[in-house]
Write a protein that binds this ligand. Structure first.
Ligand code: MG
Length: 203
C-alpha cells in the first residue's frame, strides 16, 4: 500500500507558512514504514529539533482505479479516519530552500500515525466535517472540510491521473492552520465530529 498526501489544501495553513497558493494540489508520498497504528507512541527522531504535528482527515481507498472522474470518486472510499502528518520542519525548510524533494522531512519512520477508520455513511455531510487536535488537552488545530481548496472527490481525481489507486491506499487530505512543534511527554488527541480517534504520547 502507499500513503498519498496533499499539501497546502487549507488557505489558513498556506498563510501561516507563507507558502504560495498552488494552482493544483501539491502531492507527496510516504512509505508504509511511516505508519503508526493503535495509538502507539511517537519517538522523536534524532535528526530534527523541530518536528511539527499536522492533523489531517485520511481517506481509505476501497477499490482499484486510475483516471477517476470527480463524479465517480465517492465510490472509491467508504471510510474516513484521522492521521498526523509529522513533518521535520527544520529539515523541510533546508530541502525547500535548495528545491530538493521533501521525503526525508515527511516520510521518516513513524511520520504517519493513523486512527481507526469510520464508515463515511456515519456522517451527514462530508463537505462539513469538523476535526481538531489537542496537545495536552489544549486545542491547537480546528479544521472543517468546507475550507478545503480541493474536496475529497477532486483530490482522488487529481491523484489518480498520476497514480493507480489500490485497495488499502491512504490519502492524507491536508492540514488546517495551527501547526507547531511537539516535545517529549506531549499527549496528542484528535477528534472527528467530536469523537476521539487519536490519543498517543510523544517519547
Ligand atoms: Mg500535511
Amino acid at each position: 500500500m502507499k500513503i498519498l498526501c496533499i499539501g497546502r489544501n487549507y488557505a489558513d495553513h498556506i498563510a501561516e507558512l507563507q507558502n504560495e497558493r498552488p494552482a493544483e494540489p501539491v502531492v507527496f508520498i510516504k512509505p508504509d514504514t511511516a505508519l503508526l497504528r493503535d495509538n502507539e507512541p511517537f519517538y522523536l527522531p534524532s535528526f530534527s529539533t523541530d518536528v511539527h504535528y499536522e492533523i489531517e482527515l485520511v481517506l481509505k481507498i476501497n477499490k482499484m482505479g486510475k483516471n477517476i472522474s470527480p463524479k465517480f470518486a465517492h465510490k472509491y472510499y467508504e471510510e474516513i479516519g484521522l492521521g498526523i502528518d509529522f513533518t521535520a520542519r527544520d529539515l523541510q525548510a533546508k530541502l525547500k530552500e535548495k528545491g530538493l524533494p521533501w521525503e526525508k522531512a515527511k516520510g521518516f519512520n513513524g511520520s504517519a500515525p493513523i486512527s481507526n477508520f469510520l464508515p463515511k455513511s456515519q456522517f451527514a455531510d462530508l463537505k462539513n466535517l469538523n476535526f481538531s487536535l489537542q496537545i495536552n488537552g489544549e486545542t491547537r488545530q480546528n479544521g472543517n472540510t468546507s475550507l478545503m481548496l480541493w474536496d475529497f472527490d477532486e483530490i482522488i481525481a487529481e491523484i489518480s491521473k498520476y497514480f493507480t489507486l489500490k485497495t488499502g491506499d491512504l490519502i492524507f487530505t491536508g492540514t488546517p492552520a495551527g501547526v507547531g512543534p511537539v516535545a517529549i511527554g506531549d499527549r496528542l488527541t484528535g477528534f472527528l465530529e467530536g469523537q476521539e480517534l487519536i490519543n498517543f504520547e510523544i517519547k
